[in-house]
Design a protein around this ligand. Structure first.
Ligand code: DCP
Length: 685
């Protein structure tokens, strides 16, 4: 059977259709919805004394982003000003404080992040695999597959072809001429000569029209792709109020998107691309707003994309390099082959505060660490709810105003079960700061959670790995059935290389190897603890590991009597309700990891190699069991103690239950005997 799209003209299968979505005055809309304010009422979102979002009613009164509050009030006395939510010290969530102050409060963008997550969830519902997040309120969606499937069904299925005008003439679908398109109601179709659909239609009737122009107005199959895309975008728009740009590539889609704001969609046909690009200011093109754009403008003395057309590929390559030369040649003609890639959620999150004047005392750092800790806590928890991800590392980053290089310290992020309150994070952050050879005055303090990765195991499964010892390796298990990961012999240690996951033969003989391997998540019961081993025993170890890894992958029977804690959780006790000892104070010495001279950019891209790299040479002693623990093992070791505590708790509950059961049975027996005695006595009488 032929694929649904196999009868499509080949040119359509190569042509991509991309939507660019950019919400109108995003923060302002979120506040309008929260407060139930109609969009006709002028409203602006305020951060301290500046405006960061202005709705379209307020824009009509001449108010722009970055106006001061005073300027805005003067221009529009009935302007509704909403200050962004802020965190105050001691509060567990951001609030809309009536009069927040820069010196004591920290801005929270969490309401907008939450709204953004909900909107992206809707986009993904329509296009599960092809949404690329460009910013908090902006996305590219490649709708090519959707569009081509719909086009095939509508025009190129066997049934449709048999009805098709001219279909009896030949069997080649690529020869079919497309039906005329009625663009009405689909959005604003860009036209260099006129601005609306009606104008295009009217001008097409003009007898004096040039052949070339006439050609551009007749419908083509790639126009039909845009029609189907416009229909889809209308469907999405019915779900969220937004603005869409529709075109054949990312650059054009983005440029179009701003054309007909608010609440409208713009369609750019292939035949109009060159006209559209000609007058576009060069620096407005995607990726040309920064250094490269300025350099090209200065070197070639150009202002618009059309100004660049007079330069040959060779000239552009000689000035800007081979790859950039070709890219510039294409981009100024609206040719962009960059794909929409799914990159919709960040791998890291940072909360940051700049100090003017810089802070000079530890008590001030404590104040801000508490506030930033609450923000990070809220965001991590939110992200877990939405994306089921959990961070690997906790980070402190700060700038000393007398020192040119910012400093960073990181440590493992608290386990999900032990993160019972923001305090857990704040305390860790303070310890990191204090251990970082800090210097005052401090002009900026940022805290972050990095290495966010999917964790769709249940909370109980994470901790359950400690209870599977007897299933996996009964010969060396402790009496409690709880595995201390840090006790493992080299042969029980598995580091999974991201590229060599199944072989299980990657060990870490030296510290510098650590960063070459991704410390894997524990979806099975392998323990991912780097440790030293020797090459002589490596072969045997590898065998052991492969075997253990294989057995680890087997589904674990939850009926097993050895499961211990699992049985406890099976009785409907939600893992997140458990309140274990929350802090790591039993660690005598926590040696945080230093990210020497790593820029914040590296950290923000989620590159935590350096954290792993410098962690393995420093160890610390656990106060609970006196064992020496590497920093990268702390989090796992804490989990081990938590598991032990829970196991004990479970056993004590079980013991009590057993005692109760025994007493109940004894009572029953006694009652039986008493009853028997009673009837016996009665009978005798
Ligand atoms: N934002 C901000 N500071 C900036 C730019 C933007 O805080 N310098 C915030 C507020 C915006 C949101 O990001 O609402 C999205 O930014 P946009 O640039 O998309 O602007 P808007 O959505 O507000 O307006 P428009 O309708 O013009 O896109």
């Amino acid at each position: 059977m032929s694929k649904p799209t196999s009868l499509l003209p080949a040119s359509l299968r190569r042509q991509r259709v991309i939507l660019h979505i950019d919400l109108d005055c995003f923060y302002a809309q979120v506040e309008q919805v929260r407060l139930g304010i109609p969009s006709e009422e002028p409203l602006a979102v305020q951060q301290w004394q500046g405006l960061i979002a202005v709705n379209y009613a307020a824009r009509k009164a001449g108010i722009q982003r970055h106006c001061t509050v005073e300027e805005a009030r003067a221009k529009c006395p009935n302007l509704r000003l909403v200050h962004v939510a802020t965190y105050a010290n001691g509060e567990l969530e951001p609030k809309y404080h009536p009069d927040p102050h820069y010196a004591t409060h920290k801005v929270s963008l969490q309401p907008y992040r939450r709204a953004s997550a909900r909107i992206f969830e809707i986009f993904q519902r329509f296009c599960p695999d092809t949404v690329q997040r460009a910013s908090v309120d902006e996305a590219f969606i490649d709708v090519t597959d959707h569009v081509n499937t719909k086009l095939s069904e509508r025009f190129f299925s066997s049934a449709a072809l048999s009805l098709f005008v001219g279909s009896e003439d030949d069997g080649d679908s690529t020869e079919k001429s497309p039906p005329e398109i009625n663009w009405d109601g689909l959005g604003v179709v860009y036209s260099s000569s006129s601005s609306t659909t009606q104008d295009i239609v009217a001008s097409s009737a003009d007898d004096n029209i040039e052949d070339q122009e006439r050609a551009s107005l007749s419908s083509s199959w790639d126009d039909w792709q845009l029609v189907v895309a416009a229909e889809l975008s209308s469907e999405i728009r019915a779900t969220v109020f937004k603005e869409l740009g529709i075109a054949h590539n990312k650059t054009l889609a983005k440029l179009c998107s701003a054309l007909n704001k608010p609440n409208n969609q713009t369609i750019l046909r292939n035949s109009e691309t060159m006209n559209f690009m000609q007058t576009i200011p060069f620096h407005k093109i995607r990726n040309l707003g920064g250094k490269l754009g300025t350099e090209v403008e200065n070197v070639l003395k150009i202002e618009t994309a059309g100004d660049l057309w007079k330069f040959s590929i060779e000239e552009l390559q000689s000035k800007f390099g081979m790859a950039t030369g070709i890219w510039l040649y294409n981009i100024c003609r609206g040719i962009d082959t960059e794909e929409v890639t799914q990159r919709n959620i960040l791998k890291s999150m940072m909360a940051s505060k700049s100090f003017r004047p810089p802070v000079t005392k530890m008590s001030q750092i404590e104040h801000w660490v508490n506030i930033l800790g609450v923000e990070l806590y809220t965001r991590v928890k939110d992200d877990y709810e939405i994306n089921q991800r959990w961070p690997k590392n906790l980070l402190v980053h700060y700038k000393c105003s007398t020192h040119p290089t910012p400093r960073s310290k990181s440590s493992f992020f608290p386990h999900r079960i032990s993160l019972t309150s923001p305090d857990v994070i704040s305390r860790k952050l303070l310890t990191l700061f204090k251990n970082s050879d800090y210097e005052f005055p401090c002009s900026n303090l940022s805290v972050g959670a990095t290495g966010l990765t999917k964790d769709d195991s249940l909370g109980v499964m994470d901790i359950s790995k400690f209870f599977l010892k007897r299933n996996v390796n009964s010969e060396s298990g402790g009496g409690d059935g709880v595995v201390n990961p840090c006790n493992n012999l080299a042969g029980e240690v598995l580091i999974k290389s991201s590229s060599d996951e199944n072989t299980g033969n990657k060990f870490l003989p030296t510290a510098e190897n650590v960063n070459k391997y991704e410390i894997s998540e524990n979806h099975n019961n392998t323990v991912n603890t780097p440790t030293a081993t020797t090459s002589s025993n490596q072969k045997n170890i590898n065998k052991t590991i492969v075997k253990k890894a294989a057995s680890a992958k087997k589904p674990v029977s939850r009926n097993s009597a050895d499961i211990g804690i699992l049985k406890f959780f099976d009785n409907a006790t939600a893992p997140r309700e458990i309140k274990p000892a929350a802090d790591d104070s039993h660690m005598k010495k926590i040696v945080p990891v230093t990210l020497l001279d790593k820029s914040i950019n590296t950290i923000l891209t989620g590159n935590n190699a350096a954290a792993a790299e410098s962690s393995s040479s420093l160890s610390t002693q656990c106060q609970k069991c006196d064992q020496m623990i590497f920093p990268h093992q702390i989090s796992e070791h804490e989990d081990y103690h938590l598991a032990l505590d829970l196991q004990r708790e479970y056993r004590s509950i079980d013991r009590k239950r057993n005692q109760k059961q025994v007493m109940k049975e004894e009572r029953k027996k006694r009652r039986k005997v008493e009853l028997a005695d009673f009837f016996e006595t009665k009978e005798r009488k």
